[in-house]
Design a protein. Sequence first.
Length: 164
Amino acid sequence: MKVLLIKDVYKLGRAGDIKKVADGYGRNYLIPQGLAVLSTPGAQKQIEHIKAKAAQYRAALNTEMASVAEVVSGVILTFPSKAGETGKLYGSITHQMIAEALNAKVGTQIDHHQIDVEPIRVLGEHIAHVRVTVDLNPEIKIIVHREGEAPVLPEKPVAEEKTE
């Protein structure tokens, strides 16, 4: 089934794109949610209008959410966890745990669906991306350390002093 996207759809495409999708995905999700319409000659005549409207909406959303992305960017979260001798965790650090810690630390309203990272199952340093908007994806650093031990935080670069 070919559909014309009306809105940006994560991992599928941007508004105005024509995509070939599975029949069930289009019929049961995209069309009822108002994210797409069937790609017909009449609908294809509206592509430029849809793209212009989506670009305007995307620009407004990016300017509005830029401050949130700036606050979230570069945040370092630490999680104490029980782990075996090889560094493998007993359990994992999930999207939900990351979102809750981020919201508590920064004071934002990030949903766990906006966190892009595989479930963390080993000790160490990990990078996660937060999808604030389609174009704004700041990185956060996640440090998982053994319970009872101090986390190893990365050192901040010290500005070199000039001596003459």
